[in-house]
Design a protein around this ligand. Sequence first.
Ligand SMILES: Nc1ncnc2c1ncn2[C@@H]1O[C@H](COP(=O)(O)OP(=O)(O)OP(=O)(O)O)[C@@H](O)[C@H]1O
Ligand SMILES: [Mg+2]
Length: 264
Amino acid sequence: MSVLIRGRGLTRRYPMPKTHLFEKQAFTTGLEDADIDVREGSAVGLIGESGSGKSTLVRLLLALDTPSAGALEFDGRPVDASASARSLHWLRKQTGIVFQDPYASLDPRMSVGRIVGEPLWALGIDGDRRARVREVLEDVGLEADMADRFPHEFSGGQRQRIALARAIVHRPRLLVGDEPLSALDVTVRAQILELLGELRVRDGLTLLMVSHDIGVVQNLCDEVVVMKDGRIVEEGPTEKVLLQPQVSYTRRLLASIPVIENGT
Ligand SMILES: Nc1ncnc2c1ncn2[C@@H]1O[C@H](COP(=O)(O)OP(=O)(O)OP(=O)(O)O)[C@@H](O)[C@H]1O
Ligand SMILES: [Mg+2]
């Protein structure tokens, strides 16, 4: 399998607020020297305690933020996150993202059809856009006619399906989720998890999922990347990392989060 996204030495420092005018600028490090390869067709889980740099890493990988240092390639092509929005269209067409909060991520004034179809218009993707919106709503387990309704008419689980439809409407090759299931109750979480697995198989979608829930990672991902204090501290096949973690931090992290079924 070829590498879809390759990050080398990715680093992100955030300027700290100054307490007085002549103070030297101080920085806090969100991510330090991260090397990562996500292979096409794979499903990679990203785990680590709060503040370990997971969201910082996914933002950099999608060029939603600019690294302080390091290099990024998508499908062998260099990505310059500081380039204009228009010159990043080629990357946007191939990527999609779903965030944790299905309430915050949907504009309440827009119909579901407009929300879901927005990437098609914004990225200038031709074809019958309305038909595509109806089709993708059905793909995520909603009804095509829901396009005419508004976000407040839906439950949290349905809203997350809407957010997912929006993230895949333009048929990206890579779908990134930053805790996409954590705000959902157990039943809905299981349904969306199954849906992600189906999309992966049916469309050959590459997945990169941030999750606190080891069950999600175990179920969906074939590789795991573990982060601590802005660094990648361990990575490998899911089975290996979850059952035989090499680093004591990973062992502690796994002990502190929900049970792993090891099949024994
Ligand atoms: N915009 C920002 N400004 C300043 N510091 C930031 C910013 N975003 C993140 N950080 C810092 O960078 C570090 C990594 O944050 P990040 O949000 O990537 O962690 P995370 O692993 O996603 O955590 P969580 O599990 O809580 O979502 C933290 O120390 C955080 O305080
Ligand atoms: Mg985060």
